[in-house]
Ligand binder design. Structure first.
Ligand code: PFF
Length: 486
């Protein structure tokens, strides 16, 4: 069977890297990473997060890009095509459907948070952030959220901007926006880290991020770290798969993946180093939740020369980082509507935009008019975040690696990844044994079915993986003859 021809391609070799980095680097790095690190106690969480990126994030990302490029299309069509090439079960398409739905659901709460960043750019300039204690800044944040018109207005603005850029298309809209933004953001973060260095509590912030305390490794924290690894690398939500489908043949998937993952991790760690010293210097608790950066950073800006300008620039960069991620979240749906039903990108963006406005309204109202409505203990905003990060992304990830590692003929992925033999063997080992087993164990642990103590747990995980690897290698050619010779 011949391979699908690409309809859209990135303009330059750097097109995918820029766009995928634009997708990966976003609110997850600057807003979510610091606040969940704060909630789960610092260094131990950071270590679990880094381990998840290395052992699960990178192999899953390579797999997604390869599936996208092989199938050349929206997540649903790309997976359907690859499975067809393999004469496989069409039900695998469900993985693409789930990824696309997951991406859209993320978008619905993501625009609300992105709206915070946009609003704070404005507030830096109009003098609303001059309060000089974290409590007072916390009140500003609370007042912003209590007003549905204000909160809603900013998130509607983000939704409109996102859909407008997506409607314009891949190259003009996405590629050109990220070209100058990434270096700008990195520079701003370095300035902030430089400031934090002089703030007197740098050592406390550094220790909090990098001091490992084994007692903080809990099943709950591990599940959060895993979910965040997926979230921050934009995995299993359609974005990386659809962007991967625009990569020209011949570009190295492994190299590209490493560049994106390294940039993403550096931005998160820099954000942590910029934020925690300010938090400790001003007596704010690191576990203050989603408002963490909005209550702490304005204080840092007030105290530095040209702080207003820096502050506005910083929140503007965060807004753009959020926008490039939001675009990637919408792209899969618009590409699908275009490919499946022949709906133009413009009309697809309008249709998706209307649904987005309605659903994001629910997320937005969770902070004010519907704040009292917390079915099973969470408001709708929290539910959207929880369901996508904790469940849909890891589950989607498992199915993707199972598809690539077991269900597809060996030559398909080998062709697409074109790795040297050792690299390919390592990838195959990771997607067959390490990723599915680790993700499953984290799930089981979270459900309370595996209750061992933190240290023994690692022996256990290593043991299970080793056993499965040996069994798999022994049984493979007999049980699944089609897999022989991979
Ligand atoms: N990776 C983005 C961030 O860290 O903010 C969020 C995201 C974008 C998640 C795209 C999923 C996705 F498909």
């Amino acid at each position: 069977m011949t391979r699908e021809k690409p309809k859209n391609l990135w303009l330059s070799r750097w097109g995918f890297i820029l766009a995928a980095t634009g997708s990966a680097v976003g609110l997850g790095n600057i807003w979510k990473f610091p606040y969940i690190t704060g909630e789960y106690g610092g260094g131990a969480f950071v270590l679990m997060y880094l381990a998840c990126i290395l052992s699960i994030g990178i192999p899953v990302m390579m797999t997604e890009i390869a599936l996208g490029r092989r199938g050349r299309g929206s997540p649903i069509d790309a997976i359907a095509r690859v499975v067809k090439e393999n004469n496989g079960n069409p039900l695998w398409k469900t993985v693409g459907i789930m990824a696309m739905l997951c991406g859209f659901l993320i978008l619905c709460f993501y625009v609300v948070v992105a709206g915070w960043a946009f609003a704070y750019t404005w507030k830096m300039l109009d003098g609303s952030l001059t309060a000089n204690s974290v409590e007072a800044l916390g009140e500003v944040f609370a007042a912003h959220n209590a007003n549905p018109w204000q909160l809603g207005g900013w998130s509607v603005l983000v939704s409109l901007l996102t859909m407008w850029i997506v409607a314009k298309g891949v190259q003009k809209g996405i590629e050109s926006a990220v070209r100058w933004m990434m270096p700008g953001l990195a520079l701003m973060l370095l300035v902030l880290v430089g400031y934090a260095f002089t703030s007197g509590s740098f050592a406390a912030g550094f220790d909090f991020l990098f001091t490992f305390d084994a007692s903080k490794i809990t099943g709950e924290a591990l599940l959060a770290a895993l979910g965040h690894a997926f979230f921050t690398l934009s995995l299993a939500s359609g974005a990386i798969l659809v962007y991967g489908s625009y990569i020209p043949d011949g570009q190295s998937i492994a190299r590209t993946t490493f560049i994106v993952a390294i940039c993403d991790t550096c931005v998160a760690l820099l954000a942590g180093l910029a934020i925690f010293p300010v938090i400790f210097a001003n007596g704010l608790s690191p576990s203050s939740g989603p408002g963490l950066i909005f209550m702490s950073l304005p204080l840092a800006f007030q105290q530095m020369p040209f702080g207003t300008a820096f502050g506005a620039l910083f929140f503007a960069m965060v807004s753009i980082a959020a926008l490039t991620s939001a675009i990637s979240l919408a792209e899969a749906t618009v590409a699908y509507l275009n490919e499946k039903y022949g709906i133009s990108r413009f009309k697809g963006a309008v249709a998706a935009g209307v649904v987005l406005l309605l659903l994001s309204l629910l997320a937005m109202l969770s902070f004010n008019l519907m704040a009292g409505w917390t079915p099973l203990g969470k408001n709708l905003f929290d539910w959207m975040d929880y369901l996508t990060s904790r469940w849909m992304m890891p589950l989607g990830g498992i199915f993707m690696v199972l598809l690539a590692g077991y269900a597809l003929r060996g030559d398909i992925m080998r062709d697409e990844l074109s790795l040297p033999p050792l690299g390919y063997a390592l990838w195959l080992f990771m997607v067959r044994y390490v990723c599915p087993v680790l993700i499953m164990m984290v799930f089981l642990h979270a459900l309370g079915w595996l209750g061992f103590d933190p240290i023994a747990k690692w022996y256990w995980i290593a043991g299970v993986i080793g056993l499965l690897a040996i069994l798999g290698e022994l049984l493979r050619p007999r049980v699944v003859p089609a897999l022989a010779g991979r």
